[in-house]
Design a protein around this ligand. Structure first.
Ligand code: MG
Ligand code: MG
Length: 249
C-alpha cells in the first residue's frame, strides 16, 4: 500500500465522490425509522449511488455483499445488511462509500432509530465529538499519532473506550491506503501530515470495554462485552486552506 499525495484536480474528483456518499447518508437520515430492515437501508443507498453515476465502493470488496455496512447496537463495524428489522431505541452505524471516476469516498454515521436512551445519545455525541477533535489535528506538519491521541483522550475522559483492532486509513485511488490511522497513540509520534493527503478518520467507540470479536458470518465485529458501540467517519482532504471535510452532510 502506498501513501498517495493528491493534486487539486484529483481532490476535486474525490470531493464529487464524497458528495454522493454524504448525500446518500442524508437520505438515510431522513428515512430511517423503526420497522425498516437494514437491507431496506442498503437498497436506498445503492440506488442513490448508482443513480448518480457512481458504484458502491464496498460491494464485492473482499467479497462483502452489501453497499453499506449496517452495525446495530453492540455491533461495531462490518454488519451485513439483512432482513433484520430496526426497532425503536436501536442505534445503527451506516458505513458506506462510492467510487466515482476511479476515486473513492468513505463515511459513516450512527443513527438513532426513533427515541433512544440517554446512555446511547451520550455515546453518539462523544463519538462524533472525538471525530471532530481528531479532524482539527489534521494539519500540515502535525504528527499522525497526535491526532490519534486526541481522539483517544476525548473518548477515555468521557468514560468510554476506543476500539483498537480497526483503524482509519488513507483513501483516494483505493478504498484503503496508507497511512493507517488508529484511534489511540502517543502524541508527537508518527508521520507528519502533508498537503495533498486524503484520509478517512473513523473513531469506533465502545460504551464498555475495548475488546472485539468477529461473529461466525466472518464479517460482523461486535463488542466482546455485548455493550453498545458507535462509529462516525469522514473523508478529509488536507488542502492549502487546511483540513476540508469532504463527506459533510
Ligand atoms: Mg467506512
Ligand atoms: Mg473507512
Amino acid at each position: 500500500m502506498a501513501l498517495n499525495i493528491y493534486t487539486d484536480q484529483e481532490i476535486e474528483k474525490i470531493r464529487k465522490s464524497c458528495k454522493i456518499t454524504a448525500t446518500a447518508l442524508n437520505l438515510v437520515e431522513e428515512t430511517i425509522r423503526p420497522g425498516m430492515t437494514t437491507l431496506d437501508v442498503d437498497n436506498i443507498v445503492e440506488t442513490y449511488i448508482r443513480d448518480h453515476g457512481a458504484k458502491p465502493a464496498f460491494k464485492g470488496y473482499h467479497g462483502f455483499p452489501g453497499t453499506v455496512c449496517a452495525s446495530v447496537n453492540e455491533e461495531i463495524v462490518h454488519g451485513i445488511p439483512s432482513d433484520r428489522v430496526l426497532k425503536e431505541g436501536d442505534i445503527v452505524g451506516i458505513d458506506t462509500g462510492a467510487v466515482w471516476q476511479g476515486f473513492y469516498s468513505d463515511s459513516c454515521r450512527t443513527f438513532p432509530v426513533g427515541e433512544i436512551a440517554k446512555e446511547a445519545q451520550d455515546l453518539l455525541a462523544v463519538t462524533k465529538e472525538s471525530l471532530m477533535l481528531g479532524i482539527e489535528q489534521f494539519y500540515e506538519g502535525n504528527h499522525l499519532y497526535t491526532l490519534s491521541n486526541t481522539v483517544q483522550k476525548c473518548v477515555e475522559t468521557s468514560g468510554y473506550s476506543v476500539v483498537k483492532d480497526y483503524a482509519g486509513h488513507g483513501i483516494g485511488y483505493n478504498l484503503h491506503e496508507e497511512p493507517e490511522i488508529p484511534n489511540f497513540g502517543y502524541p508527537g509520534m508518527g508521520l507528519k501530515f502533508k498537503k495533498g493527503m486524503v484520509v478517512a478518520i473513523e473513531p469506533m467507540v465502545n460504551l464498555g470495554k475495548s475488546k472485539t470479536k468477529v461473529l461466525k458470518d466472518g464479517w460482523t465485529v461486535v463488542t466482546e462485552d455485548g455493550q453498545l458501540s458507535a462509529h462516525f467517519e469522514h473523508t478529509v482532504a488536507l488542502t492549502k486552506k487546511g483540513a476540508e471535510i469532504l463527506t459533510h452532510g
